[in-house]
Write a protein that binds this ligand. Structure first.
Ligand SMILES: *[C@@H]1O[C@H](CO)[C@@H](O)[C@H](O)[C@H]1NC(C)=O
Length: 534
């Protein structure tokens, strides 16, 4: 047996010891850099959940530990990720069959914009209330051993969740899932000027005419009156739900107002290349496109289909909320007949089966959308115009025909048409000739595809990719303890001061006083003169 000289043994252990120390130190550095982040996406629809997973993915890639509260847990175990499932919130709505019917395409047509109604605000309120009542959520929040460095909340027409970061005594970061608009900016910088910023649910584009400007102002005033009511409801939830949990953590809740206006940062799912160039406060960051992962390879059959489509491919999808299934029989038939006449291959995301499908039309129950958009043979995307689909189209430089149905889809598609990378069509039972003309025009006229490519280049030309911006800014906010230096001073100025109503009152009083004084002097002088002359 070979024996080692004792100096070698010593060296050997010295080395081991050094490696061990180095490893421990490395571990300390890594773990001290990894932040614990809570990400909450209460909205129960698929598109919102895709945005939530996008935020989580970018944080995980940067090495952070994430707890994600979502209605669509991914179900696979990932290092550094813990998911809290709140899908029963959605089930509460599904059981109510009428509310599902309500969202079918057939029903949405000619119903006006649901998102503009009070019912919409009530719907959002109930979802968030259910979220705060969820057993797993309450359990997580009540456990004093749970600690987070930052809380990321989806902003969606309520601030009820602004109590969550207070519980963990950490900064609050909002993510606005849509183009920015006055309602979200209200809590970061104050209400934006309706003369040059659009309401999310508007049907107009900038610049506004006299009457459109008047309408914008009227709508802001009307909605703010509605909000007065909802604000009270939310405050009531805040005051009745949080204090009990806070007590278990040894925290006292500040007044609702203080929590609502305490956001450190707001990420905006927007970019000037797809939307408009808005006046932004310092603590907002454009991140549109962040949710798009590197395109995965297409399934083999689909790859073959698209590779072999020598005249190109048209892709048609109405998104996840508004399924094509919900179309009337006549609409489905007419669309199939129309698509059958094209020389292009048509891929239609359609959730069930149809008879007599033309040879060039392929129905897909589930479509790997970004991989389809990434294929060089794709010539046109017919879309409902949701924010995700619009961003994905611009990411890959694909021209559009937009058939918006509700919410921000109308504004997205109006903007798209104004920017020239597609055509806007009003979805209706009698739209076929318009739709056919639009499809042929976008396919034949090269300018649409060129514009899409040009905007795509702008979309990608940034100081930092949106996927990198998310961890960068979250780390920045944590490192700088909420970065209060970035907060807008405008939040400290009440509306009457912004509008100089106090000055107007003072000036009015002065003018009235001067007029009175002048009148008095004139009367007094003429009296004097009369006395003299008599
Ligand atoms: C506001 O946020 C800062 C930074 O995260 C935090 O220190 C402070 O306690 C918060 N204030 C309220 C009233 O929540």
């Amino acid at each position: 047996m070979k024996t080692l000289p004792s100096s070698d043994v010593r060296n050997y252990f010295k080395m081991k010891y050094k490696t061990a120390v180095a490893l421990v130190l490395l571990g300390l550095i890594v773990s001290s850099e990894a932040l614990r982040i809570l990400v909450c996406y209460p909205m129960t629809s698929k598109s919102h959940s895709i945005l939530g997973h996008g935020v989580v993915n970018r944080l995980l890639e940067a090495g952070h530990e994430v707890t994600h509260i979502t209605s669509f847990p991914r179900g696979t175990v990932l290092q550094n990720l813990r998911e809290v499932n709140v899908s029963h919130i959605a089930k509460a709505f599904e059981q109510d069959k009428s509310s599902k019917e309500e969202f079918s395409l057939k029903n949405m047509l000619g119903k006006g914009n649901f998102a503009e109604s009070v019912i919409f605000l009530y719907y959002v309120f109930i979802i968030h209330k259910n979220f705060l009542e969820d057993q797993n959520v309450v359990k997580l929040f009540s456990d004093p051993n749970e600690k987070f460095d930052a809380v990321i909340l989806e902003w969606f027409f309520t601030e009820m969740n602004s109590g969550i970061p207070v519980l963990f005594d950490c900064p609050l970061i909002w993510v606005c899932s849509t183009e920015p608009h006055w309602h979200a900016f209200r809590i970061m910088d104050g209400i934006t000027n309706p003369a040059y910023t659009l309401d999310l649910f508007t049907h107009h584009t900038l610049p506004l005419t006299f009457w459109q400007r008047a309408e914008g102002l009227y709508k802001i005033v009307k909605k703010n009156l509605q909000l007065l009511v909802f604000y009270q409801l939310e405050k009531w939830i805040y005051n009745s739900y949080y204090p009990e949990i806070a007590a278990k953590r040894g925290v006292t809740m500040p007044p609702y107002d203080d929590a609502v206006y305490n956001g450190s940062l707001m990420f905006l799912n927007a970019h000037p290349s797809i939307g408009g160039a808005m006046k932004l406060p310092q603590n907002t960051v454009n991140i549109a496109g962040y949710h798009i992962d590197k395109a995965k390879p297409l399934p083999q059959d689909l790859q073959k289909l698209m590779d072999e489509a020598k005249d190109g491919v048209i892709y048609f999808s109405m998104g996840s909320i508004l399924q094509s299934d919900g179309m009337s029989e006549q609409m489905k038939r007419s669309l199939l007949d129309m698509f059958g006449k094209y020389k292009q291959t048509v891929i239609w995301k359609f959730e069930s089966d149809l008879d007599d499908v033309p040879a060039n039309v392929h129905l897909l129950k589930w479509a790997p959308q970004t991989s389809i958009l990434a294929h060089p043979n794709l010539k046109l995307f017919i879309t409902h115009g949701g924010q995700l689909s619009t961003a994905e189209a611009i990411h890959y430089g694909v021209p559009l025909v937009g058939m918006p149905v509700m919410a921000d889809q109308i504004l997205n598609m109006k903007t798209m048409a104004a920017k020239g990378f597609g055509i806007y069509i009003t979805l209706a039972e009698d739209m076929y000739s318009d739709l056919d003309t639009a499809i042929r025009k976008v396919l034949d006229d090269k300018t649409y595809a060129e514009k899409a490519k040009e905007l795509s280049a702008l979309f990608h030309d940034r100081d930092m990719s949106p996927g990198k911006a998310i961890p960068y800014w979250v780390e920045y906010i944590v490192r700088n303890r909420g970065a209060p230096h970035l907060r807008s001073q405008a939040l400290n100025v009440p509306l009457y001061q912004k509008l100089y109503l106090d000055l107007a009152v003072v000036l009015t009083i002065i003018i009235v006083l001067i007029t009175k004084a002048v009148k008095f002097i004139l009367v007094w002088r003429s009296k004097k003169q009369k006395e003299k002359s008599s």
